[in-house]
Design a protein around this ligand. Structure first.
Ligand SMILES: [Zn+2]
Length: 170
């Protein structure tokens, strides 16, 4: 790479850094070229999250906590509708993919879209788990395991406190 193209790359990077300022960045204009960028990113300070969320929502979504099993009313929610991220309202799961896992946490065999969730290796316990986060606001949602029902064989084990249910078309 010659000096001039190095400089223009550096400028391009500077431009991207400016776009990552707090606030909603439109994926259509701000995030060209990177894979899985169908949703815009929502970035808020820790202080803002504390203000907007209840202490329980904050503990789970921003600090990776886990609610007590059978504590969420959404565990027993069987109506048709969509489960949204409590932090940013992104649609995450449809009632069509919900099943009773008998774990005490709302469970789904697939997300609305693979692009709406982000997966990350979690080594916080002896067993290595796969953490599931909201792709837009990085809220911790729960974990995904491979002991779920068909057709996917996956079990998205979610904290109900990280979700918001909206009844309607599933
Ligand atoms: Zn979110």
């Amino acid at each position: 790479m010659d000096r001039r193209s190095f400089l223009s790359s550096a400028l391009a990077l500077g431009g991207l850094a400016a776009l990552s300022a707090p606030g909603l960045v439109s994926a259509a204009t701000g995030d060209k070229g990177s894979k899985g960028s169908a949703v815009g990113r929502l970035v808020r300070t820790d202080e803002e999250w504390r203000r907007r969320l209840t202490p329980e929502q904050y503990e789970v979504t921003r600090r990776g906590g886990t609610e007590a099993p059978y504590s969420s009313p959404l565990n027993d929610e069987h109506a048709k509708g969509t489960f949204l991220c409590v932090g940013c309202n992104l649609s995450l799961f449809s009632s069509k993919a919900k099943f009773d896992s008998k774990t005490g946490w709302p469970s789904f065999w697939q997300p609305v879209s693979k692009r709406h969730v982000r997966e990350k290796e979690d080594r916080s316990l002896a067993e290595v788990r796969t953490e599931v986060l909201c792709a837009r606001c990085d809220a911790h949602l729960g974990h995904v395991f491979d002991d779920g029902p068909q057709p996917t064989g996956l079990r998205y084990c979610m904290n109900g406190v990280a979700l918001k249910f909206v009844a309607g078309k599933a």
